[in-house]
Design a protein around this ligand. Sequence first.
Ligand code: 5GP
Length: 197
Amino acid sequence: MDHGPRGGSERARSLPSGAGGCLPADVEEVLVGREALARRVAELGAEIGHAYAGRPLHLIGVLKGAVIFMADLARVLPLADVTFDYLAISSYGRSTETSGVVRFVKDLDEPVAGRDVLLVEDIVDTGLTLAYLREQIGRRGPASLAVAVMLDKPERRAVPVTVEYVGFRIPDRFAVGYGLDFAGRYRHLPYVGALRR
Ligand code: 5GP
């Protein structure tokens, strides 16, 4: 039976003990370690739980980058009634830049009218994607709409956008891991790393 390539196409460095995962050659350094991520997600969960106490909360994750953050966040919410939906968008432009021109490639499965919605996104960079999504979802008449992002690169903001819950502010580096990819890879890394320049 073929078990696939041994060790993958490149030799990955190990992380310091306890950190988990590996450090692929393309990843220069760890920006946010897995323990810091877990601590911050727990804090955000408590904060969000407090804000929505006793109310149903509808989470909308932006595929694919928000999947890991949303899965972790949802599981620390001290709320009894939480539902999930996902949307997928595609942005035109180069792989490490956002053009701001986005289109839905997967729309929501459920209506949001009258519901308390929390849009969950991996990272806000120029803000163009979130500004567009806030506007599009807001038009559908949710009772409330708030945004949670794991990472924020404030230096690169091109349009103002409201983000109610932010995990970490990071410098202007191309981040991978914890759901974020580079050319489809590295979403599985348990930490946020910076791609080699
Ligand atoms: P914005 O529209 O705010 O410029 O960018 C939002 C989208 O661009 C994110 O949802 C993400 O898909 C992508 N993006 C922006 N910065 C990064 C980054 O540092 N790493 C990765 N992997 N994607 C990014």
